[in-house]
Design a protein around this ligand. Structure first.
Ligand code: NAD
Length: 541
């Protein structure tokens, strides 16, 4: 038995590799991409440490080459979900009783595996499954996942060390128990790092988990599973099932041992889950924790004092990187009249330089959107804007799904600040711009605040400090992550804890101690060393 009080390593953010032309890292990741592309991978469910097949499968294809088959995955039946719940419950006691340093070691090892031997595989799988360029894959699947794992371990130690005061003759101790029961993690397609973090952070705090990844990310989720296994995660601590989200969720929510949900995805799905949990509340052993990070309608507003080159660069990177499929992507922009001419001319000439195609070609800045339903929804919005009286497509507006789901970077200009695409999350490379009167800055800030149900990210470009500090205050409730003279995407774990309020989620800040606190149930132990032997108090004479 080691009786020391240990310190975990101080985390630093994982350095981002460049993948420059002729670099060894470029050759290496491309070779892995080619291997994985032709691998015909068979992905089984992961339950109780075993890989489980079912009678039904579904194919996986890269969004930029949808006729190509990467492999198949097995779809859960109700009995598989029940098996996963049982495995999580069976694994619970041993895992919860394990010393926290041992849990930390497993996740620190996972971080090193991502950063080193698995880096190419997890990046290449993300390029194929979610159609990310190498840079977008690197900052997500490699760097952000490493950061989540390392910073969470550090936060876990920080939480466990928080202790109450003790009076003389008394010792108060606070223990941080995992939740009673199991946690359900539901992850979106768009970040491989999130797919590892949602089940991983709850498990790190001593919980066992049933995890349902998005159907459109299973190819890269499997690499996360391989990493957890190699890092030594015991059987049954995390169990992965795939397929029908309704059936899987209903089966999970029927269990009285359901202790919490760690969700990231769209707002409507999260609201539906919250209602179902509320409807079942009498059935549970405790009040389930409900943590959800959801949609956004993220804005950039430029003041007349803004630097136009900086403003335009932020709009292009914020709106079009990863085809606008980040929850934080800029999708509504406010431009003052006085900058409008210069702004649109620069925006057009810069967008003309954007290349789009397969992520295999590193010259491409953009690739395809995730699936046909997303493509069709975006096309519909673009076509409507072409005919609507209060909107016009001023840049882009083309699309083609013959090989992959490609949508051109598209700019809609509207005269109506409440136009459909100013309010609704489209989740694609479409940004809508409203031009406002320079003299109506205050009114425009109010419009920014009141336009959508979301409050995830937002940015202001402004060189006037009085105006800036006023705007930061006036916009305080419309973004959980607010940026000054920067794009509204690209939050880094440990630096910009991420999450939004209003319709954008419970704002529990993934990758920070605030999130990890949701996965523990503190227990206070008070010990009195010399207890009184007489019930009477002095005031009673
Ligand atoms: P989605 O809501 O379609 O799916 C998310 C997950 O929920 C998937 O695993 C999916 O299978 C599951 N799901 C779908 N319907 C369900 C149902 N009826 N019951 C239970 N589960 C169900 O979202 P997506 O397309 O994968 O991801 C994009 C969305 O996620 C966007 O709205 C984006 O803004 C949001 N997002 C938010 C954050 C954040 O931190 N705020 C981060 C990433 C993505």
């Amino acid at each position: 038995m080691n009786n020391s009080i240990v310190n975990v390593p101080e985390p630093v953010n994982e350095p981002i590799k460049d993948y420059k032309p002729n670099s060894p890292e470029k050759d290496s990741v491309l070779a892995t991409y080619k291997n994985l592309k032709d691998s015909k991978t068979d992905i089984k469910m992961w339950i109780g440490g075993k890989f489980i097949e079912s009678s039904k499968t579904s194919n996986m294809s890269p969004p930029h080459d949808h006729k190509h088959i990467l492999g198949k995955y097995y779809l859960a039946e109700k009995k598989h979900v029940e098996m996963a719940i049982k495995s999580a419950l069976d694994a619970k006691e041993k895992w919860a009783e394990m010393r926290w340093e041992e849990r930390a070691a497993i996740f620190l090892k996972a971080a090193e595996l991502v950063a080193g031997p698995y880096r190419d595989r997890i990046n290449a799988a993300t390029m194929l499954a979610q159609s990310k360029t190498i840079f977008q894959a690197e900052i997500d699947a490699a760097c952000e996942l490493v950061d989540f794992l390392k910073f969470n371990v550090f936060s876990m130690q920080h939480i466990y060390s928080q202790q109450p005061k003790s009076d003389s003759g008394v010792w108060n101790r606070l223990g941080y128990r995992p939740l009673e029961g199991f946690v359900y993690a539901v992850t979106p397609f768009n970040f491989t790092a999130i797919s590892g973090n949602l089940p991983g952070s709850a498990a790190m705090m001593g919980n066992t988990v049933v995890w349902k990844p998005s159907d459109h990310q299973i190819f890269s989720a499997k690499i996360v599973i391989d990493i957890f296994r190699e890092a030594g995660l015991p059987d049954g601590v995390i169990n992965a099932v795939y397929g029908d989200p309704e059936m899987i969720t209903n089966t999970i929510l029927e269990s009285k041992h359901f202790a919490g949900i760690h969700f990231t995805g769209s707002t409507s799905v999260f609201k539906g889950l919250w209602k179902k949990i509320g409807g079942n509340i009498e059935n549970y052993n405790s009040y389930p924790r409900i943590v959800g990070e959801t949609g956004g309608k993220d804005f950039i507003i430029g003041h007349k004092s803004a630097d136009v080159d900086e403003f335009v660069t932020a709009v292009i990177r914020g709106a079009f990187e990863f085809q606008g499929q980040k929850c934080s992507a800029a999708s509504r922009v406010y431009v003052p009249n006085s900058l409008s001419k210069k702004f649109f001319s620069k925006l057009e000439s810069e967008i003309a330089k954007i290349k789009m195609g397969s992520p295999e070609d590193f010259k491409n800045f953009m690739t395809a959107v995730i699936h046909e339903a997303s493509f069709d929804k975006l096309v519909n919005a673009i076509e409507n804007a072409k005919t609507d009286k209060d909107a016009e497509v001023v840049i882009g507006g083309g699309y083609d799904k013959s090989k992959g789901y490609f949508i051109e970077p598209t700019v809609i200009k509207t005269s109506n600040p409440k136009y459909y695409s100013m309010e609704t999350e489209l989740f694609g490379p479409v940004v809508t711009i409203y031009e406002y009167d320079d003299n109506k800055w205050d009114e425009t800030l109010k419009i920014v605040d009141e336009t959508s149900e979301y409050a995830l990210t937002g940015a202001v470009f402004c060189e006037d400090r009085y105006i800036l500090s006023d705007a930061v205050n006036k916009l305080k409730n419309c973004a959980g992550n607010f940026y000054i003279n920067d794009k509204c995407t690209g939050a880094v774990v440990g630096q910009q804890p991420f999450g939004g309020a209003r319709g954008s989620g419970t704002n529990d800040k993934a990758g920070s101690y605030l999130n990890l606190l949701r996965w523990v149930s503190p227990r206070l132990i008070k010990e009195v060393f010399v207890p009184p032997k007489d019930f009477k108090y002095p005031f009673m004479g």
